[in-house]
Design a protein around this ligand. Structure first.
Ligand SMILES: CC(C)(COP(=O)(O)OP(=O)(O)OC[C@H]1O[C@@H](n2cnc3c(N)ncnc32)[C@H](O)[C@@H]1OP(=O)(O)O)[C@@H](O)C(=O)NCCC(=O)NCCS
Length: 135
């Protein structure tokens, strides 16, 4: 499969965003997903030959010192083909070597991120489950 990448969601429509947020009890609708893409400071998308979005990364940043990767996901049937690494590398290029780039991830993904230049850290989070879908 050949993939292509976009660094803006402006040409994307919600119906191209299907199958994401796996494991979420109340996943956002494609419309809410689209809003996340539009409102993030950076958004890079991987699309297949049928123009279906198969992976995406978003980040928010102060454009001075820090950036936070709010989402990174590749659809299961397209995983392990280098799309995730491509999305992270393309985002890092956009961030121009900014001081801090932070990602919260599950423990089993730490070796994955270490292999592409990240360092293990400790964090705390707060989640309001009632607002998981964004409403
Ligand atoms: C993490 C994720 C984005 C990786 O995307 P991908 O396109 O499959 O990754 P790549 O093809 O670039 O890299 C594949 C490598 O990552 C490793 N990897 C992928 N998912 C993994 C997981 N859940 N646990 C451990 N390793 C994982 C693979 O073993 C593979 O390693 P290898 O190249 O040494 O064989 C994808 O698995 C995903 O969407 N997961 C669910 C959402 C998620 O956890 N996102 C991260 C939140 S920060």
């Amino acid at each position: 499969m050949h993939y292509h990448y976009l660094d803006t969601p402006v040409t994307i429509l919600p119906h191209q965003l299907q199958g994401f947020f796996i494991g979420w009890s109340q996943p956002p609708t494609p419309e809410k997903h689209h809003e996340v893409l539009r409102k993030s400071d950076y958004c890079i998308l991987a699309l297949d030959e049928n123009n279906r979005v198969v992976g995406f990364i978003t980040a928010i940043t102060d454009h001075v010192l820090t950036a936070y990767v709010n989402f990174l996901e590749v659809l299961p049937e397209h995983q392990n083909q280098g799309i995730g690494v491509q999305l992270v590398q393309r985002l890092l290029e956009k961030l121009h070597g900014i001081y801090a780039v932070d990602i919260i991830c599950d423990p089993e993904l730490i070796p994955y991120f270490e292999s592409i230049g990240f360092t293990r850290a400790v964090g705390v989070v707060q989640r309001n489950e009632k607002r998981q879908a964004g409403f």
